[in-house]
Design a protein around this ligand. Structure first.
Ligand SMILES: NC(=O)c1ccc[n+]([C@@H]2O[C@H](COP(=O)([O-])OP(=O)(O)OC[C@H]3O[C@@H](n4cnc5c(N)ncnc54)[C@H](OP(=O)(O)O)[C@@H]3O)[C@@H](O)[C@H]2O)c1
Length: 430
């Protein structure tokens, strides 16, 4: 009988227990696909007494997961704890150093330490697999690293956080404000009690750092990624975007330009009828553009027990059957320390919402600043008149460098007539 592939699972929350359920339910089929049975030997979490809805009898319970790394009856560690530092990071490092394959869904860990961990895995000639870390059930790591391996990647971009996409969709469909929809998302379990990782764009930023490393052969370099979340967006912005024919999406974009690679993670306006414009709710969507293959779009569930655990088990099957692919698709030592294109030098169209006092001369002051920065107005909307009261004025602006637009926006924001910080967003034609 073929030797089983022996694993230990550290972390028995949403994803860890999901992995156990799949390995149990599809044991026979997985054994065929992997060429041998995948067998859980040991598990670890904080609280042994917790009912996790899965049968743990017959599995070895380990209180301190760090011990798993040293055991010689285990071939691979499945790290399902989370966090860029602490127990998870320690376990992954120890396991790789001990020559054990690692499967993880931990985007935070890889975005911060992926380069060093990939070097370690390479040195030990073992796998560091993380399909579940980006876009959950969409096999985007495999697609980018293996399916598109013949191409020079021109760009990779998309909707990388289901919680934010759900909130933006609800705001549009119901006309409610951010905080109201966030509260409901928390009650429904779509957003964490501490939602900051999602709504501040950190989670999507981790994923973009990994995608850009795979696409362009760079270190993930999360620290140098400029990130803007969605918590400043209002129902008014969603409404005006709709009136102009757009939807607001939190987009992660990494794009090759002649002068270098540009990365950004920020809410953008995309045409309503574009493919990304129609991806709603908790779904994720990622475009990859290669020089020979052209553009391809993958859409699916980005998180949750089933989709995430499915990706983890797919990694386990690959490793069990002997597939060895470098973590970032090339020797880690050949990954480049990146120099990113200064975003201020990239051109874009813009949406600018101003809350101003409705009084004569206001538009003239704003236009004068735009003229000084050589920015031309494409369209302007102002509804109703209420002299002496605040009113929303929305401008769309022709292509301009990001640097000039930011400077102009700061100058406009400093005018006495302003009642709120201006809201500025890129318009992506995609
Ligand atoms: N949930 C998703 O939809 C999703 C999607 C993509 C990626 N991920 C990633 O998957 C990983 C796991 O996420 P999750 O949602 O399953 O998290 P979770 O439900 O919070 O589960 C975390 C597990 O880790 C255990 N744990 C925490 N600290 C520990 C320690 N010091 N030693 C041992 N065990 C410890 C917890 O033990 P107790 O149960 O005993 O407290 C719990 O079982 C994270 O990296 C996350 O970013 C999750």
């Amino acid at each position: 009988m073929t030797q089983p592939f022996r694993i230990a699972i550290a972390g028995l929350g949403t994803v860890g227990t999901g992995v156990i359920k799949i390995l149990e339910k599809h044991a026979a089929e997985i054994a065929l696909r992997a060429g041998r049975p995948v067998e859980i030997i040991a598990v670890s979490a904080r609280d042994k007494s917790k009912d996790r809805g899965v049968d743990l009898s017959g599995l070895d319970w380990v209180d301190d997961c760090a011990e798993l790394a040293a055991r010689d009856d285990i071939d691979a560690i499945v790290e399902m704890i989370g966090g860029s530092e602490g127990k998870a990071a320690d376990l992954v490092r120890r396991s790789l150093a001990a020559g054990k394959h690692v499967v993880t869904a931990n985007k935070a860990l890889l975005a911060h330490h992926g380069y060093g961990l990939a070097l370690l895995a390479e040195e030990k000639n073992i796998s560091l697999a993380y399909e579940a870390a980006v876009a959950g059930g969409i096999p985007i790591i495999k697609t980018l690293r293996e399916g598109f391996a013949a191409n020079e990647i021109r760009s990779v971009y998309g909707i990388l956080n289901g919680t934010c996409n759900y909130i933006l969709t609800e705001m549009r469909e119901t006309g409610r404000d951010f905080s109201d929809v966030l509260k409901e998302a928390q009650e429904k379990g779509y957003a964490e009690a501490d939602p900051s990782f999602d709504v501040d764009g950190i989670d999507a930023g981790h994923k973009l750092a990994l995608l850009s490393a795979l696409a362009f052969g760079t270190h993930p370099d999360f620290e140098n990624l400029k990130i803007t979340g969605i918590s400043h967006l209002t129902a008014t912005d969603i409404h005006f975007a709709g009136e102009l024919g757009y939807r607001i999406k939190l987009l992660g974009i990494a794009r090759r330009h002649d002068a270098g690679i540009m990365r950004t993670l920020e809410p953008c306006l995309v045409p309503k009828e574009s493919q990304l414009g129609s991806v709603e709710g908790v779904f994720n969507a990622v475009f990859i553009e290669g020089d020979f293959v052209g553009k391809s779009l993958s859409v699916g569930r980005g998180a949750g027990e089933g989709p995430t655990a499915s990706a983890v088990v797919a990694d386990l099957i690959d490793i069990a059957r002997g597939l060895r692919i470098p973590a970032f698709g090339r020797p880690a030592k050949d990954m480049a320390a990146p120099t990113w294109l200064d975003a201020g030098k990239t051109q874009s169209r813009y949406y600018l919402r101003l809350e101003v006092l409705d009084e004569p001369g206001v538009i003239a002051q704003v236009s004068a600043i735009l003229r000084d920065y050589k920015i031309s107005i494409e369209s302007m909307i102002q509804h109703g008149r209420d002299p002496g009261q605040p009113v929303s004025v929305v401008l769309t602006l022709h292509e301009v460098s990001s640097g000039a637009m930011q400077d102009a926006c700061r100058a406009i924001g400093a005018l006495d007539i302003m009642r709120e910080k201006p809201c500025l967003m890129r318009i992506e034609s995609l």
